[in-house]
Design a protein around this ligand. Structure first.
Ligand SMILES: *Cc1c(COP(=O)(O)O)cnc(C)c1O
Length: 309
């Protein structure tokens, strides 16, 4: 996907802070902030320092993400990384102040000096240690912390069954399980919950016309429509939008432009809000038949990013 020159992405870091405060307050345990994929497109180098005092540490996918966001330099907080394809040298992790997730005894031993964290298999069936190898991995890596990538309460219970009696620090809950007290364990690990409502994506109307019968590729027929300069090559799909405070729809998406329904008061130059205000990540996700996470990374990449202060 290419960004559109005509789309602007505004990130409200104060809202991210409020979200993190809310998670910490309701869960009552430390927060490990998931800032992988450049903080879901909000910019990990800006998000991490903005919330560093509220969180215990950070979680990324790769060592490279931790380095490029300067997580240690900017926050002084520990980082966990997941990718199995980064480095076989504990020194690389130590230099970046990153603790690698491991799921077998060999790698736990190899990376022991970097204080690895055990990823436990509870159903995701990737990047995780099967039950019969847990003992060996814990010993080989002298491990004091374990987690699982859980999406159900049963998976959290499985983690506790498998390693709950080992005096390990345990965490499991991402956004989907934050409301479940028994999933909170010793820390929570949210991504989406920190970012929801913090991004506004908008683009101006460049044409506005009265409809004259079926229009566009699909023959949509509305009283009045406008055109914006973002299309499927920029990741856009049909869905809700907001124009001058009124709810409208992105009707049809072309390669680099899209048709939107407009009202009589809407003019060329008026902003079409694709995300933000009453348009939530979840609402767009339902229209796009995908996840709110995918909506965030798609829409934050659609234009040039700026930060509100
Ligand atoms: C991405 C990720 C999370 C955060 O997921 P959200 O649903 O966005 O909160 C938590 N844990 C792991 C292991 C992840 O990879």
């Amino acid at each position: 996907m290419h960004p559109s020159l005509h789309v602007s992405v505004a990130v409200d870091l104060a809202r991210v802070r409020v979200n993190v405060e809310h998670v910490a307050g309701t869960c009552g345990v430390p927060v490990i902030a998931v800032v992988k994929a450049d903080a879901y497109g909000l910019g990990a180098d800006r998000v991490a320092p903005a919330i560093a005092d509220l969180v215990e540490g950070f979680y990324v996918f790769s060592l490279a993400e931790a380095a490029s966001a300067g997580l240690w330099e900017r926050t002084g907080k520990p980082v966990i990384s997941l990718s199995p394809a980064d480095s076989d040298d504990a020194g690389d992790y130590l230099a970046a102040h990153v603790r690698p997730a491991v799921w077998c005894a060999d790698r736990a031993a190899l990376l022991r000096r970097a204080r690895p964290v055990l990823s436990v298999e509870t159903g995701m069936q990737r990047f995780a240690c099967p039950p019969e190898q847990i003992n060996a991995a814990l010993m080989a890596g002298e491990i004091d912390e374990a987690f699982t990538h859980a999406v159900t309460a049963a998976q959290v219970r499985r983690l506790v069954e498998l390693v709950g009696d080992r005096k390990l620090k345990l965490h499991a809950a991402g956004t989907a399980l934050l409301d479940l007290p028994e999933a909170r364990l010793d820390a929570v690990r949210p991504g989406l919950a920190m970012y929801q409502g913090a991004v506004t994506v908008l683009t101006p109307l460049v044409e506005v016309r009265m409809g004259k019968g079926p229009a566009g590729y699909t023959g949509f027929d509305v009283v009045r429509h406008g055109v914006i300069l973002a299309g499927y090559s920029n990741g856009l799909r049909p869905g809700p939008c907001l124009i001058n405070g009124r709810r409208q729809r992105v009707l049809e998406v072309g390669m680099q432009s899209a048709f939107v329904e407009v009202s009589f008061q809407d003019r060329v130059g008026d902003d079409v809000v694709l995300l933000g205000g009453s348009i939530t990540e979840s609402e767009v996700a339902a229209a796009w038949e995908t996840t709110p996470q995918q909506v965030l990374v798609t829409l934050t990449a659609m234009g040039s990013r700026r930060y509100l202060d």
